[in-house]
Design a protein around this ligand. Structure first.
Ligand SMILES: NC(=O)c1ccc[n+]([C@@H]2O[C@H](COP(=O)([O-])OP(=O)(O)OC[C@H]3O[C@@H](n4cnc5c(N)ncnc54)[C@H](OP(=O)(O)O)[C@@H]3O)[C@@H](O)[C@H]2O)c1
Length: 346
């Protein structure tokens, strides 16, 4: 049985286009499953445009495309066999996307294909396991930063860091091969043996950053330089970490979210180091620095639905299940769910 080294993506938004475009640029064959409207738009444009931290135009054509081009389709039946398929839809779009793919893929004679999801939160993996079976699911986390622009292009703010790992906690040829494929495409990727730690550490950060920044409409740097907001962030990551601990997960330090260090520092030290990082960032990026809004704030400002239940609601439910109370996260969940009702137009 061969180990899949090719990757495909479901969801042609910011992350799907960035991942697929970078893979094609590195000379790999890649399939991207899009909605009908995005398939038409990308085929008409004949290219994916990535700018920001990189500047690339990647040719696209109807799948299957030769290596070096992105093959676009709205039919998951075009997904190849012996492939790792990474779902890059928003969390609330994931159940429908999974159902659509699972109906036709993987085919009965395909024993090696696997799936992963890069959505924030951890409920995505439960959904994938339920549909595809535990053996086929690989854990994934990314902080590659990308955002769709009104002209159809995608701004990549940072190549970030991507983590892949088996839930069983061991290393595997399929994870090693996928990490190598992503690295070859210029996407910094680590194969890890404790993906639960990475997932929960990222959840801690998501609860803290999204909770504070959405409710105060702040950028990340504004939060970091404001001691009161950092106190709120600290309280939210502490509360989330108690839930992780109840599930036996050790919180760690990862690029972009060194949560263990945040938790072990006193509140005063953490506030001081966050302020100094924010000042360094402002100095590096010119007068005052550019304001970069966390993705959930971007959704709020654009009137798009926020992934509130999949992040805050899910952590509250997991806390209740093990008898822990998380009053701050529950309050944030209710406030953001309320905002979702009044500000989401789509
Ligand atoms: N962007 C980032 O920097 C970043 C970083 C880390 C994690 N994440 C997480 O990654 C996930 C994706 O984020 P994103 O920014 O890439 O979102 P996005 O730009 O909104 O892209 C989602 C894409 O999925 C497509 N889609 C929805 N349902 C589908 C279906 N059934 N079949 C095929 N495609 C479908 C959407 O179609 P349309 O084109 O028709 O809208 C859209 O193109 C989110 O959960 C986010 O929290 C994002």
């Amino acid at each position: 049985m061969s180990t899949p080294s090719s990757l495909a993506f479901v969801g042609a938004g910011s992350l799907g286009q960035a991942f697929a475009g970078l893979l094609a640029t590195s000379g790999q064959a890649v399939t991207l499953v899009a909605t009908l409207s995005s398939r038409e738009r990308l085929l008409q444009a004949e290219r994916i445009r990535l700018r920001g931290a990189l500047d690339l135009e990647i040719p696209v054509e109807a799948a299957p495309a030769p290596a070096g081009r992105v093959g676009i389709t709205a039919d998951p039946g075009d997904l190849p066999s012996n492939t790792g398929v990474i779902f890059t839809t928003k969390s609330h779009q994931l159940p429908a996307a999974i159902a659509m793919v699972r109906a036709v893929w993987p085919r009965a004679d395909d024993a090696t294909s696997w799936v992963a999801g890069v959505q924030n939160g951890i409920i995505k993996d439960d959904l994938l396991v339920k549909a595809f079976g535990v053996e086929r699911v690989v854990g994934a986390v990314t902080i590659l930063g990308a955002q769709r622009e009104a002209d159809g292009g995608v701004t990549v703010t940072s190549r970030g860091a991507t983590y892949l790992g088996e839930f069983a906690g061991d290393s595997s040829p399929r994870v090693a091969a996928a990490a190598q494929t992503l690295r070859a495409a210029g996407i910094p990727t680590e194969a890890v043996t404790d993906i639960q730690s990475v997932l929960w550490s990222k959840v801690c950060n998501a609860v803290g950053v999204f909770g504070v920044c959405v409710l105060t409409r702040s950028s990340g740097s504004r939060m970091s330089s404001n001691p009161d907001l950092m106190r709120a962030y600290h309280a939210l990551i502490r509360e989330t970490a108690t839930v992780a601990a109840a599930y036996g997960v050790t919180i760690g330090d990862y690029e972009g979210f060194p949560i263990r260090s945040y938790l072990t520092k006193s509140e005063t030290k953490m506030i001081a180091s966050a302020a100094s990082r924010a000042a360094t960032f402002a100095g590096e990026s010119g007068a005052g620095g550019t304001e970069s809004f966390p993705s959930m704030v971007q959704d709020l400002l654009a009137g798009r639905p926020m992934e509130s239940d999949q992040i805050f609601g899910d952590v509250v439910r997991r806390a209740e299940y093990v008898g822990i109370t998380v009053p701050r996260i529950a309050l944030v969940r209710d406030l953001i769910a309320g905002l979702n009702r009044t500000t989401s137009h789509r």
